[in-house]
Design a protein around this ligand. Structure first.
Ligand SMILES: Cc1cc2nc3c(=O)[nH]c(=O)nc-3n(C[C@H](O)[C@H](O)[C@H](O)COP(=O)(O)OP(=O)(O)OC[C@H]3O[C@@H](n4cnc5c(N)ncnc54)[C@H](O)[C@@H]3O)c2cc1C
Length: 342
C-alpha cells in the first residue's frame, strides 16, 4: 500500500499522534508528503466513503474512542518568502511545517508579527482552524490567505483570511470540519511591527530579563520563558493546553456576576460583551489539581486537563463534563471545550 511520500497504515495506533497520549486507533492513517495527490487519494473507493480527520501534531484533539475513518496527515513543510518589500513581506508555510519553526524562521529573517505566538505546539495547517492566539495576538492579525482543498468543490482554492470566519479560537474550518483540508497558509509580516507587550506577565518577564527596549526576538524569548514555566509540557505530562475557552457573555450577565464575585476577572469585548476567565471559575470550584484515576486537572493550571498515565479519552471527557456542569451550576455560564472532541 505504500510508495515514496505516501504511507497508508490500516488499524493505526494514534497514541503517539495526540499530546493527551490517549490510546485510540484509526481504520486508516495516511501520511502524505505531496498534496498534489490528495484529490485522487480521497476519491479512492477504499477511502471515499469514510469520515475524514486531518491532523497535525494532535495537540488540540481528544480521542474518546477509535476513529472508524481516515486520519490524514500532511507532511509537506516548506517555508518560503513569496514577496518582500521594504517594510513588509508575504510568507508561505505549508501545512506540515511546525508552527514554532515558522516563528523562529520569521524572526531570523527579521520579520515580526507572530513573536507572541512562540512555542504554541502544532503545525501550520492547524493554525487557522482555531485561529491560534496567545499573549494578546491572534493568527488573524497577520493571516493573508489560506490554501485549501475544498471537498465540496473538489478543488484547491485560496481563501482570503477575511472569508475564513476567524474569531476567538474559532473559524469556519472548525465549524465545517469535514469540508476543508488546509494545504498552506500565507502571512503578511512587518519589518517593524508594533510589539505587543501589554499582556499580563509579558512586561514583567522582559523586565526580569533586564530588557527595556525589546525587539521581536526578545518578546518571543519572554513568551517562551513564560510558557515553559506556566504550562505543563506534553512530553512530561500529556495535555492539550487550555481545555476550555474563556466564555463570552452579554454585559448584563457579566455585571450581575461582578456584583456577586467582585474578584472575577472580566475583559470587555469590542461588541459590548464580556470575556470571562474560565480558569478563575474552575479554580474557585476547587478543581485545580483534582485527579480521578489517571484523568486530572493540572496542579498549576485549572484550564489544563492532563493524563497522568493511562487515562482513556472518555475518562478525560467525563472529567471535562463534570467541570462544565459545576461551572454552570455555580456561575450560570457554559464553558466550552477548545480541542476537537472525536
Ligand atoms: C501545551 C499546549 C499549549 C497550547 N497553547 C495554545 C495557545 O497558547 N494558543 C492556542 O491557540 N492553542 C494552543 N494550544 C492548542 C494547539 O497547540 C493549537 O490548536 C494547534 O494549532 C494545534 O496544532 P496541531 O498540529 O497539533 O493540530 P491537531 O491537534 O492535530 O488538530 C487540531 C484541529 O485542526 C484540524 N486540522 C489539523 N490540521 C489540519 C489541516 N491541515 N487541514 C484541516 N484541518 C486540520 C484537526 O482536524 C483538529 O480539528 C496548545 C496546546 C498544548 C498541548
Amino acid at each position: 500500500m505504500n510508495k515514496p511520500g505516501l504511507q497508508i497504515t490500516e488499524h493505526a495506533e494514534l497514541h503517539g499522534l495526540n499530546t493527551l497520549a490517549v490510546a485510540a486507533r484509526a481504520r486508516y492513517l495516511i501520511e502524505l508528503d505531496d498534496p498534489s495527490g490528495l484529490a485522487d487519494l480521497l476519491a479512492d473507493p477504499r477511502f471515499s466513503g469514510l469520515p475524514l480527520l486531518t491532523v497535525g501534531e494532535g495537540s488540540n484533539i481528544l480521542f474518546t474512542g477509535d476513529f472508524d475513518g481516515l486520519v490524514l496527515r500532511l507532511n509537506h513543510a516548506q517555508i518560503e518568502l513569496l514577496d518582500e518589500q521594504a517594510d513588509h513581506a508575504l510568507i508561505r508555510a505549508e501545512a506540515g511545517a511546525s508552527w514554532d519553526a515558522l516563528v523562529t524562521w520569521t524572526l531570523q529573517q527579521g520579520w515580526s508579527g507572530i513573536e507572541n505566538l512562540a512555542l504554541i505546539p502544532g503545525r501550520c495547517g492547524a493554525a487557522p482552524i482555531q485561529n491560534i492566539g496567545a499573549y494578546g495576538v491572534e493568527l488573524s492579525d497577520v493571516l493573508s490567505t489560506v490554501e485549501v482543498y475544498d471537498r465540496v468543490e473538489r478543488a484547491c482554492r485560496e481563501l482570503a483570511a477575511a472569508d475564513c470566519g476567524l474569531g476567538y479560537r474559532d473559524s469556519m474550518f472548525k465549524r465545517q470540519p469535514k469540508r476543508f483540508v488546509v494545504l498552506a497558509i500565507q502571512l503578511r509580516l512587518q519589518r517593524a511591527a508594533r510589539l505587543r507587550t501589554d499582556y499580563a506577565g509579558l512586561r514583567e518577564e522582559l523586565a526580569a530579563m533586564q530588557i527595556d527596549q525589546p525587539g521581536a526576538s526578545d518578546v518571543a524569548e519572554a513568551v517562551r520563558r513564560l510558557r515553559r514555566r506556566k504550562l505543563p509540557q506534553p512530553d512530561v505530562l500529556p495535555n492539550a493546553g487550555s481545555f476550555f475557552k474563556n466564555p463570552i457573555v452579554d454585559a448584563d450577565l457579566a455585571q450581575s456576576l461582578r456584583a456577586r464575585y467582585p474578584a472575577m476577572p472580566q475583559w470587555p469585548t469590542a461588541d459590548l460583551h464580556c470575556k470571562l476567565s474560565a480558569g478563575w471559575m474552575i479554580e474557585q470550584l476547587g478543581f485545580k489539581g483534582r485527579r480521578v484515576g489517571d484523568a486530572g486537572i493540572a496542579p498549576g493550571h485549572a484550564l489544563v486537563l492532563v493524563n497522568h498515565g493511562n487515562a482513556s479519552g472518555s475518562a478525560l471527557l467525563a472529567l471535562a463534563r463534570e467541570v462544565q456542569d459545576a461551572v454552570y451550576t455555580r456561575f450560570g455560564v457554559r464553558v466550552e471545550p477548545e480541542p476537537q472532541i472525536i
